[in-house]
Ligand binder design. Structure first.
Ligand code: EPZ
Length: 429
């Protein structure tokens, strides 16, 4: 199993290209199931989760062609996928495939909308909480689906097709919003989603669906209106830049010191995180090519932050911020309000000497002057990268074990960081 070795202490200077967003690419690929024509997606990141979803879609009969490199392509440019679901040959998504990645459960929406039936295994994914699917099922039932759970599978049927409905989510859910949105595009009549998630990845999917002929308005606000259509057609869409990757590298620079241009990043996708970093002492300058992040070497200031749905501070940057606060000049508090069990990085950060205590959903971090490198274990995707950024700032050597989590969500992490002067290598045993 691969490991990552880091010798900390180098400042980061240079340019890091930001990849397409994993959490937009996955639902966009799934949206390809809604049409019998080809959906072309540009700027798709090369990630283990994308490859896994290709296998899952392949099992339904979807043909996915990855366009080769063209002259003039940049080293880090994302791939172009041609997704063609002309014949859906199987409406079952089996346990062996779905249990590895939670987002693959979302195939239930296009299968039900277009084929009027789906049998999908209950999902797996990162161990960051219980992560139920009750709200996704509620949304599909509102749209007229009959749903049964049997043998670990959700079996959904809508013999006469789905019907538009009012769907009000009792709590903000990204997965629930994606599923309701995709399913409603082919339902008869109008659907109104209230208390919808406003994450930029939802807007990106809605924009792509509209290019495919859907009639969606209000995406990016808590009220989305969808006028159902009978058919969607092919389209071409580029995946938006990854705001979590952007925030992660911005935190790494704030922690190590240095001056890095995050090329292709869009500040409006993570304003709340950039504000927190400014408060902590980073100098953030949006420019034409992306976002420049610099820190002049003065100590990192402590901050108090609660995670919240967009436009609040994202839960997917909570672990990275905790690594940063581990060497702030004072005491910080971070409260996790989205997932109840997303603190597995705390015990690993303690191996670097970090002083963190937990009380329910709040972590109190007593900053220390210097972290010290240590062998650590990656647990989930974002927790893993928090260990990498702690290692970059720590004195001495850090070995991050079990890095397959990182490969699920960070494209060429060690290349991007070593290109800016970090001492970081992958060791394959
Ligand atoms: C998405 O997960 C992201 N995944 C997560 O990123 C991200 O952390 C999360 O949104 C929050 O921003 C993808 O986009 C693939 P939710 P999702 O539905 O959609 C509860 C990463 O590291 N809930 O918004 O699964 C749920 O338990 C991943 O890239 C129900 O109670 O999150 C949680 O407490 C990790 N019932 C809250 O809602 C349901 O039916 C928000 O979950 C569904 C959700």
């Amino acid at each position: 199993m691969d490991r990552i070795r880091i010798v900390g202490g180098n400042r980061l200077n240079g340019t890091i290209p930001i990849s397409g967003a994993k959490n937009a690419a996955l639902p966009l690929m799934i949206a390809g199931l809604l049409s019998d024509e080809t959906l072309i997606l540009d700027n798709v990141p090369r990630l283990a989760d994308v490859a896994q979803l290709q296998r899952i879609l392949g099992n339904h009969g979807v043909d996915i062609m990855s366009a080769g490199k063209r002259s003039g392509d940049q080293q880090y440019q994302g791939q172009t996928l041609h997704i063609s679901a002309a014949d859906v040959i199987d409406t079952t998504a089996p346990y062996e495939l779905v249990s590895r990645m939670r987002a693959s459960f979302w195939v239930i929406a296009p299968l039900l909308a277009r084929m009027h039936e789906a049998k999908v295994s209950l999902p797996g994914g990162c161990a960051i909480g219980t992560r139920p699917v009750d709200l996704l099922i509620m949304a599909l039932e509102r749209l007229g689906a009959e749903i049964a759970i049997d043998g670990g599978y959700v079996i959904a049927k809508a013999p006469g097709g789905l019907k538009g409905a009012d769907i009000e989510f009792p709590k903000v859910t990204v997965s629930g919003t994606h599923v309701a949105l995709m399913a409603a595009t082919l339902a008869k009549g109008t659907t109104i989603i209230s208390n919808a998630a406003c994450e930029p990845e939802i807007s990106d999917v809605a924009e792509c669906l509209n290019k495919m002929g859907a009639r969606v308005s209000g995406a990016g606000t808590p009220r989305i209106v969808i006028e159902g259509v009978t058919k969607l057609h092919g389209a071409r869409h580029a995946v938006l830049p990854d705001r979590i990757e952007t925030g992660t590298y911005a935190m790494a620079v704030t922690m190590t010191g240095g001056d890095v241009q995050l090329s292709g990043a869009r500040p409006e996708l993570l304003q709340s995180a950039l504000d927190v970093l400014t408060q902590a002492g980073a100098i953030i300058t949006p420019n034409n090519a992306g976002i420049r992040v610099a820190r002049n070497g003065a100590g990192v200031g402590p901050v108090n932050v609660s995670t919240a749905p967009f436009p609040g501070f994202p839960t997917d940057l909570q672990a990275q911020l905790m690594a940063l606060m581990a060497c702030a000049s004072g005491c910080s508090q971070i409260t996790e309000t989205i997932f109840e069990n997303r603190f597995m990085h705390v015990q690993e950060l303690a191996r670097f000497g970090a002083r963190i205590s937990l009380d329910g959903e709040t972590a109190t971090i007593d900053g220390i002057a210097k972290l010290r490198g240590a062998p650590v274990m990656a647990t989930d995707l974002r927790a893993s990268v928090s260990l990498v950024i702690a290692g970059l700032a720590a004195e001495g050597e850090t070995m991050v074990n079990r890095v397959y989590h990182l490969d699920r969500g960070f494209e060429r992490l060690e290349e991007k960081l070593s290109g800016c002067g970090a001492s970081i290598q992958r060791i394959s045993d």
